[in-house]
Write a protein that binds this ligand. Structure first.
Ligand code: SD4
Length: 345
């Protein structure tokens, strides 16, 4: 067969395949109600504790500050809070008793920085920003990330609070490792009746914002799954999984069992779905359904939530289970919403 004939044959086959596979692509469904901010700026973040973090971000956004500065400032609030046992200082340790932190940040120019498996530093998000701004790299981990932080003026601190240490010692008695129906956050635990529990406020913070210039940025920071195997890293510091920002389209972040999010490169997926025309909530729902499709039995037992904001100021969220909330701050609102979820009672 001549090259030309072979080319024609493959082109025809290619077109047929594209037509046949059209229904492989999801339609872009509409959300019931589209939430949209009237005027920029806006900041949204995961869980109830996002409200306080949003407030810190708003101090900059409300004065025409840059989204990047705002998200960093915002997530530093739970990082510094010793009572928040899933972010920064006071985070629950790994199974060997070490608090190890993951964080990443991304700006409007696809610039990003990340740290993972970082110990002894209260503000991993600021180290991640420094990785972005002071190095040619995107990600530093473990000992190297710590060395980098110390060399850049961060202070070495003990992040294990008495409360977290006490709980960890209690956990050690049985050392029951439940990676899926995990022990990390109470609201992930199933109640005795097998339904997801209600307790909130202990989780990863993911925050995305649009500033007065219409530029987007995001930040995500966590101590990860409690009592994880030493060295385990979740989705939160992984650009594309725990956070993604595309200034043309929108930004997304995630919370929950990171392994599930990494497998579908969740936040990048949400942004790409928005590029295809999905509204934020619908894009988050589609990503959640992707997790379910992979392994429905497992998906029933874990929590994952996505949160997204598009370039038009529309925002939305969706979770596997009941209990995921998110906080929104703009000039016209300062509110916490319960995200819609897949597994109804
Ligand atoms: C992780 N996604 O390390 C994070 C944890 C989280 O609620 O969101 N916790 O997998």
């Amino acid at each position: 067969m001549s090259n030309r004939r072979r080319f024609m044959k493959f082109s025809l086959l290619g077109s047929a395949a594209i037509l046949a596979s059209k229904n492989l692509f999801a339609e872009s469904p509409k959300s019931k109600e589209i939430k949209v901010v009237k005027d920029k700026p806006i900041v949204i973040s995961t869980w109830d504790f996002g409200k306080e973090a949003n407030e810190a971000a708003w101090e900059l956004l409300g004065k025409n500050g840059r989204a990047l500065d705002a998200v960093e400032r915002g997530v530093k609030v739970p990082e510094a809070d010793p009572n928040n046992q899933s972010v920064g200082l006071g985070g629950r340790p790994d199974r060997d008793g070490h608090v190890t932190l993951d964080a990443c940040i991304m700006d409007e120019n696809y610039k990003c920085g990340s740290v993972a498996f970082l110990e002894h530093i209260v503000h991993p998000i600021s180290v991640a920003r420094m990785v972005m701004e002071k190095t040619p790299h995107v990600m530093l981990v473990g000992e190297g990330a710590l060395q980098f932080a110390l060399a850049n003026g961060f202070k070495k601190e003990n992040l294990l609070t008495d409360k977290s240490e006490k709980e960890w010692k209690e956990w050690l008695k049985e050392s029951k490792y439940e990676p899926w129906m995990n022990i990390e956050n109470e609201h992930y635990r199933m109640n005795k009746d097998g339904k997801p529990g209600d307790e909130k406020n202990h989780d990863t913070i993911g925050m995305v914002a649009m500033d007065a210039n219409g530029n987007l940025s995001g930040a995500c920071t966590t101590s990860g799954l409690a009592y994880k195997i030493r060295g385990r890293v979740g989705d939160s510091p992984i650009i594309g999984a725990g956070l993604y920002v595309d200034n043309e389209i929108g930004a997304a972040t995630s919370t929950g069992v990171g392994e599930e999010v990494i497998r579908i490169v969740g936040s990048h997926l949400v942004v790409e779905l928005m590029r295809q025309g999905f509204e934020p909530e619908a894009a988050c729902k589609e990503a959640v359904e992707r997790i379910i499709k992979r392994n429905p039995e497992n998906a029933k037992k874990v929590q994952v939530g996505f949160l997204a904001l598009n370039k038009n100021g529309e925002y939305g969220a969706f979770a596997l289970q009941k209990g995921f909330s998110y906080a929104v701050r703009s000039a016209s609102e300062n509110k916490i919403y319960n995200a819609p979820y897949f597994y109804k009672d």
